[in-house]
Design a protein around this ligand. Structure first.
Ligand code: PLP
Length: 561
């Protein structure tokens, strides 16, 4: 362990004292976005209170003040990543926009029909889709570097395949994530950048997951572009930075047109501004840029060698602890893990676990983590991802592991465990009429009264889990794309058919909670049809369902009718 004073750090983050579902918040979704320290929150506030004005174009005191703070923020970001020149830092909405900027602008400059772009299979969509889009326009090709898994451990980029692709295709661009958001693997980018450069490729590093944890020195990395998002570094959402080598940025055409990025406009000829403004069309996110700098100043005053050691300690405890739970398969490194732990549980849908953990006040991510090609390569429908950072504690990790163990016991097939100390009834296996695939469901009034009379969300949730067992497991033949509702985040299959003038349903979902909702909606079809949102409110479920689940309910209702 390290001497890092976590209790002191936690006091800087007001949100960490929140309670969720009656329990202290345990925020383990830091890879999605981090929480914000008081200095960032107050910095934003302060700007609007004392310095709000547009930048660069004003001829008044306030505008000059805002401009000087805004440009000072650029120097702060440049120093944070050791950029040789401040003008090489371009404000973007985040990593996604930065990659789009480079793909569009550099793509226009460099890519011709038949050219190739290499990305790894584990990239976030933000580092795949912009390249695919530009490749389509230019007639170029995006080629994925394969992953390999050694000795049943976590998958890593196959370096042999990478070298083969470099030699065979001599790609124009190589775009790589520094740390995989879905696996937590730290890629050997220094070596990979040098190898790409030796073959004449331009390199872009997606630093969305690394900048908050590792010291970044773009000159030592040797890449041509590096980008990251403020919100994953304790700063505001909707702002990030792209760093690029001036010699390339100078040659690249502007991406978006408008104010600020021009030097002169006429109908005869328009010329463009110098760096960095050439790439910053329109009024920028001024307050957020200042919040970004405040976040970096916050990070700079921490002992980052200690935070890194501390984060690695927690990450390893988490990964090793998960791997010890029976049925849990960890897809992330157990050693050298900086805090991202991705895992799945045999026979249990990841979303069911995420919903249950939320009952214990624990926020984790579940799904494909914007890395669908990776999930496809690993043949996984999705994973659970717990991600920690320096303000998380050992006792949170311990509580998380206990809760996970409990969820696994509860959700494993044929479990008879209780949901929590609130005294949830044993989950009963109901008699199923499997004979002709007809469903025998509890009457709508019974379901409505159980849900409305339940004294807590836990009891309602438990009842939905009970309802799930009314759906007989379907034949694998039924689980095809024809019956699948595309709008649902988890897999939902539904088919209506007529027997003797009566509508019957075949229904299934890979998420148990969704099966419970299916049973409820089929049984209460009449009540839910007119106004599904109103119905969910009346049975006291609306506030607990995420927007993607509510969209799923709408899709089910549409299919039922
Ligand atoms: C590795 C990686 N790249 C890119 C992104 C996209 O970042 P943003 O949504 O801030 O643009 C993310 C966000 O999760 C990420 O983890």
């Amino acid at each position: 362990m390290t001497d890092f004073n976590v209790a002191k750090a936690r006091r800087d983050f007001p949100i960490l004292s929140l309670r969720v579902n009656g329990k202290p918040l345990i925020y383990f979704d830091n890879a999605a976005t981090t929480q914000k320290p008081r200095s960032v929150i107050e910095g934003l506030n302060q700007h609007y209170k004392t310095a709000n004005a547009n930048v660069h174009r004003g001829a008044h005191q306030l505008s000059n003040k805002a401009t000087s703070q805004f440009e000072q923020a650029r120097s702060t970001v440049a120093a944070f990543i050791n950029a040789p020149q401040t003008k090489e830092v371009i404000w973007c909405r985040g990593t996604t926009e930065a990659v789009n900027l480079v793909a569009n602008s550099l793509g226009k400059l460099l890519l011709r029909a038949g050219d190739t772009i290499l990305v790894s299979t584990s990239e976030h969509h933000a580092n795949i889709v912009p390249w695919q889009m530009v490749a389509q326009i230019c007639g170029a090709r995006v080629i994925p570097i394969k992953l390999k898994t050694q000795d049943n451990s976590h998958p890593v980029i196959d370096q042999q395949h990478y070298l083969e692709l470099l030699e065979k295709h001599r790609p124009k661009i190589v775009a790589l994530g520094h740390i995989s958001n879905a696996l937590g693997v730290i890629n050997p980018i220094v070596q990979m950048i040098a190898q790409a450069e030796a073959q004449g490729a331009v390199t872009l590093i997606d630093g969305a997951q690394s900048a908050a944890h590792l010291p970044i020195d773009v000159q030592a990395l040797g890449c041509d572009f590096f980008c990251f998002s403020a919100h994953k570094c304790y700063g505001p959402t909707g702002i990030g930075a792209l760093w690029g080598k001036a010699e390339l940025l100078e040659k690249m055409p502007p991406w978006q047109g408008g104010g600020e990025m021009i030097s002169k406009v006429s109908f005869e000829e328009t010329s463009f501004n110098e760096l960095p403004f050439k790439f910053e069309a329109g009024t920028p996110a001024i307050a957020d840029v200042l919040g970004f700098a405040a976040a970096i100043n916050y990070l700079n005053q921490l002992d980052r060698t200690q935070t890194l050691k501390y984060e690695q300690h927690l990450g390893e405890q988490l990964a090793i602890g998960c791997a010890k739970i029976s049925g849990v398969k960890v897809h992330s490194p157990l050693q050298g893990n900086l805090g991202i732990v991705s895992f799945s549980v045999v026979d249990i849908h990841h979303q069911d676990i995420a919903v249950l953990l939320d009952q214990s006040g624990i926020a984790v991510r579940s799904g494909h983590h914007c890395a669908m090609p990776l999930m496809q390569a690993l043949e996984l429908p999705g994973t659970l991802r717990a991600s920690v950072c320096f303000y998380n504690t050992q006792s949170e990790v311990d509580y998380f592991l206990e809760s996970l163990q409990h969820c696994v016991e509860l959700l494993k097939p044929n479990s008879s465990a209780d949901l929590c100390e609130d005294g949830i009834e044993t989950i009963l296996e109901k008699e199923l009429d499997r004979s002709v695939g007809q469903l025998t469901l509890p009457p709508s009034q019974e379901i409505i009264s159980q849900l409305t009379q339940a004294s807590s969300w836990q009891k309602r949730f438990s009842y939905l889990l009970q309802l799930a067992s009314f759906l007989p497991e379907p034949s694998p033949l039924f689980l095809n794309d024809k019956h699948k509702l595309q709008e649902c985040e988890s897999g939902v299959w539904l088919q209506a058919y007529l027997i003797d003038d009566t509508v019957h349903y075949h229904a299934w979902s890979d998420a148990r909670i969704m099966r419970g909702l299916l049973v409820m909606l089929i049984s209460c079809k009449e009540q839910a049809q007119a106004d599904s949102k109103g119905f969910l409110e009346s049975v006291k479920l609306a506030q607990y369902l995420s927007s993607s689940r509510t969209n799923g309910v709408d899709a089910i209702m549409k299919a039922l009718s």
